[in-house]
Design a protein around this ligand. Sequence first.
Ligand SMILES: [Fe+2]
Length: 379
Amino acid sequence: MRLFFESAPGLSREEILNRSLETMVDVIDLTQALAAAHDMNAIMDIVRHGARDLTGADGATFVLREGEYCYYADEDAIQPLWKGSRFPMSDCVSGWAMSHHQPVVIPDIYKDRRVPQAVYEPTFVRGLAVVPIRSDNPLGAIGCYWSSRYEATPFQVRLIQILANTAAIAMENVHYELELSSKAGLLEKAFESTLLSISRMIDLRDAYTSGHQRCVGIIAKRIAEFLGYPSDHCQALYWAGIVHDVGKIAIPAEILSKPARLTAIEFKLIQSHAQTGYEILRDVDMPFPIADSVRQHHERLDGSGYPQGLSGEAILNEARILAVADVFEAMVSHRPYRPALGYEAALAELLEWRGVWFDPAVVDALVHLIEVDGFRVPH
Ligand SMILES: [Fe+2]
């Protein structure tokens, strides 16, 4: 453990300077570590070790304020202190430091009326220094303890205070991060339920393909996962899947569910759903090209698809995944005018058009998912 230079008389000027520099480097390291901490456990871990290292104390505690109580959340000491205990603010030294918004230095606990003797008697503590974490409306306190009579120097107190101030900023950051991520989670849920409602609207208009979009979303997400896309990208593919036929909202229901053969005009009208879907979704602000993927989900690698007749690399990867998921789901689903194709026949059909209509890597991914991983479409 590092000796503190102010309490080590007999050191040369150079030694004092070196130790001061070492302490400064330690403080910078601790500050950087706290700035990078993303949860309370990491903060407490840094503080309890840091407080001892900086001061040379025999023990350190990390205390959190819980209303009118002090919660001794963590400690690092030569013998157990009060980890896990709660004391009223009015009945402990940390509480005093918090309610008076200032550090406390007590060289000998048996000579200070602020110390609850019964709490300290079973411990090794004789001298202590406690600083509040954030002086304005304190969040907690950091305590340093010595096993013999000891008066912490103003410089040591200053060091603990720097640690406490930095910990306060780190705790506020963790709080804001948690708040932000829970708000982002709520927003994402709201976004997803909006898309699902739109998806159900299409289902209502086209009873034959009810549930098709949701299944396409699930298949597309699984393919993306298999291909190693980041998780938020896979989720975006699920969302693109559940609304990929949203453009059908503009097509008369009689045409959508017409059991007989479509006329050329009706077929053209049905084909317009890809472009209409794009028009509906293009203003949705997303970091992923959902609207463009929807527009391109009927494009084919050889340029024979619609609405733009794109080919090869011009088709988005996301749209290629949607295309395979879409066709496969349709083939393995039962329709009133035809029975469902079995998985084997559906995969054979995809393999026949592998590299012609469909992206080979996407077809291979689905074949692997079905044949090796046993994936089944959750109808
Ligand atoms: Fe479609």
